[in-house]
Write a protein that binds this ligand. Structure first.
Ligand SMILES: [Zn+2]
Length: 348
């Protein structure tokens, strides 16, 4: 949600590396950046030295540009050893985009959660030339701006497979309470939730490293939204449950390696902020819906800034998730308005 560096956090590296250039953040752990063609213009990936090969964590989008950077990384800083494993924290395209390519073209073993694998493989196979009826109905229920709705209804929709490489059959599952050895360290696996279902985080037993994916980011709050695939999901509830559980593991000296922005320490503070951000948003939202409002009519209390077209979709699904949480917790009622939008009103 809101940008801006929170207090209490420390950033050992104040600037990110150039694309494909490594920064050694700990013994045998390389931090790389890859570009994304969006407002959030980068993703962090990591390579961990296993002695006879590399385990890489997350991959960036499947694009010619990103593949070329990976090739440079393999020819340069990673040279001499193969990428033997690709561990994917969650199913979003900026993280899983090239995992299938690393499997099929380089023989890497794919390691991820079962939900991440099933979601990504299902979505890559689900090719749509026109928006399906369920998606259009979902946009209506969220109160999408009618002009944008008409535009979307006529366009070929975003297809997951456009930016995610085909995923071959087969992967290795990690789940809650698993223990895995990577980069000479033993890691406890803990599941996040809310930003993406069954999102893996790794906690080193041997030093202070936490590989957090997008569950824990430093200076932006991860997007938590609902989608046509599961309109009655409660990702806000899932997010709060996961963050409260992970907060009990957090130590001041943890060095958090996230999927975006800069590595940081001060995790106990950040966990409190990530939880409080949503409690604060829910409180403001509840006060704002004293009269019935749709998701797209609730950007002001949630984001406290104007929302451009590039962010509209993310803002819409996040507002819908917060409203639905209030509804599912019994703090709001909802009814279907004449324009097809759910409108929510706080119970007085
Ligand atoms: Zn991400």
């Amino acid at each position: 949600m809101a940008d801006g560096a929170p207090t209490g956090l420390r950033y050992p590296w104040d600037t990110p590396p150039d694309h494909g250039v490594p920064v050694e953040v700990a013994d045998g752990v390389l931090w790389f950046r890859l570009p994304l063609p969006m407002k959030l213009d980068h993703v962090n990936v990591y390579a961990l030295d296993d002695g006879d090969g590399w385990t890489v964590v997350d991959t960036g989008f499947a694009s010619k540009k990103t593949k070329a950077i990976w090739q440079e990384m393999m020819d340069g800083p990673l040279a001499g050893k193969p990428i033997t494993r690709v561990l994917v924290t969650h199913h979003h395209p900026d993280h899983i985009g090239l995992a299938g390519w690393l499997q099929s073209d380089f023989g890497a073993e794919m390691i991820t959660t079962r939900t991440a694998w099933l979601m990504a493989r299902m979505l890559t196979l689900d090719v749509q030339d026109v928006p399906n009826a369920e998606s259009l109905e979902f946009y209506k229920r969220c109160g999408m701006n009618p002009e944008l709705f008409d535009k979307r209804a006529k366009e070929r929709p975003f297809n997951f497979g456009d930016i995610v490489a085909p995923m071959p059959l087969g992967y290795t599952r990690i789940k809650q309470d698993d223990v895995i050895t990577i980069g000479g360290r033993t890691w406890d696996v803990h599941m996040g939730n809310g930003h993406a279902p069954e999102h893996a985080t790794l906690w080193s037993r041997d030093d202070n490293l936490v590989i957090a994916g997008d569950q824990i980011l430093s200076s932006i709050s991860p997007n938590v939204g609902i989608y046509a695939t599961e309109p009655m999901a409660d990702p806000i509830g899932d997010w709060l449950e996961a963050c409260e559980r992970l907060a009990t593991l957090a130590r001041e000296d943890h060095l958090v390696l996230g999927g975006h922005k800069l590595p940081f320490t001060g995790l106990p503070t950040r966990m409190r902020q990530l939880i409080e951000n949503h409690h604060g948003a829910l409180k403001r939202l509840e006060a704002y819906i004293d009269t019935p409002k749709s998701a797209t009519e609730c950007f002001a209390p949630l984001f406290k800034r104007s929302i451009g077209e590039g962010e509209y979709g993310l803002a819409m699904v996040e507002a819908a998730a917060h409203l639905s949480h209030l509804y599912q917790m019994g703090q709001a009622t909802r009814s279907l308005r004449d324009d097809g939008a759910w409108v929510y009103q706080a119970k007085q």
